[in-house]
Ligand binder design. Structure first.
Ligand SMILES: [Fe+2]
Ligand SMILES: [Fe+2]
Length: 272
């Protein structure tokens, strides 16, 4: 048995979550900073503070590995949890300012600001759960976890549709179709959630995951193509190349989580 197999799964999962989401949080701060007008200096400075904070976290992360003592990881999780809660607070503050029309921004749509705050809340909750000993998304959270990510995907399709130049008619139309497809999946998940716990049977959950996987894989491919087209300057849009990559990575993350649940379901089915 190699050393990795003996490592604590909570340690491995904590490092994985922090690696993925800290980069995401850093990029949110960057996107928000670019969406303000130049006179909103205080808000831009706060965004820069968060870019630095999550950069430091990424730097600290390199000092840990799968064999690090669990107590050190728990302390680190706590520290990162504070950072995630702090950036959540910042995002909600910005949302309030926008919705009360106290500030006008460029590209910081209310739905986008709300969206990035939901991702921060998700990250904070994952860290809290890990410190309670709960491993990666627990099986009885399949429906809620999918609901969270389906809404994230539906939002992404809407952002892409809005940030593309209106003259990119074909791509705008495709983005709109994805938006509609994911809205339907969100409603399906809400229906299943309302039918819990009776809806939590292996065949129903299995079908739910299969259906979601097909749509997420196709949206992931669309984002990949969009990213390549933007990087090669072949299409007209207000989409930052890093934003295209960012939403691509989040789709990949969702697919990994679907597979995680799927393998758990297969194990449950075999036991029966
Ligand atoms: Fe994000
Ligand atoms: Fe997102």
């Amino acid at each position: 048995m190699n050393k990795l197999n003996m490592a604590n799964p909570i340690v491995i999962r904590s490092l994985d979550e922090i690696q993925f989401w800290s980069r995401i949080m850093k990029e949110h701060a960057l996107f928000l900073s670019l969406g303000f007008t130049h006179d909103q200096k205080q808000l831009i400075a706060e965004a820069h503070y968060f870019i630095n904070l999550f950069e430091q976290i990424e730097e600290k992360l390199t000092r840990f590995n799968a064999n690090t003592d669990i107590h050190h990881i728990q302390a680190f999780n706590n520290e990162v949890y504070q950072a995630a809660v702090a950036i959540w607070g910042y995002k909600r503050k910005v949302l309030g300012l926008i919705l009360r029309c106290e500030i006008q921004t460029q590209n910081n749509y209310p739905l986008l600001v709300d969206h990035v705050s939901r991702e921060a809340a998700y990250f904070a909750k994952r860290l809290k759960d890990l410190n309670k000993g709960k491993l990666a998304p627990e099986p009885d959270t399949i429906i809620k976890e999918n609901l969270f990510f389906l809404k994230i995907m539906a939002d992404h399709a809407k952002f892409i549709g809005h940030l593309l130049d209106p003259s990119e008619r074909k791509l705008v139309e495709q983005a709109r179709e994805f938006s509609h497809d994911f809205d339907q999946l969100v409603f399906q998940a809400i229906d299943l959630d309302s039918m819990r716990p009776q809806s939590e049977t292996v065949p129903i959950l299995d079908q739910f995951l299969d259906q979601n996987r097909v749509s997420v894989a196709s949206l992931r491919d669309f984002k990949k193509t969009a990213r390549e087209l933007i990087e090669a300057c072949r299409i007209k849009s207000n989409i930052h190349p890093l934003l295209a990559d960012h939403t691509f990575r989040e789709a990949e993350r969702f697919l990994e989580i679907i597979d995680l649940f799927d393998s758990h379901l297969s194990k449950t089915a075999k036991k029966k």
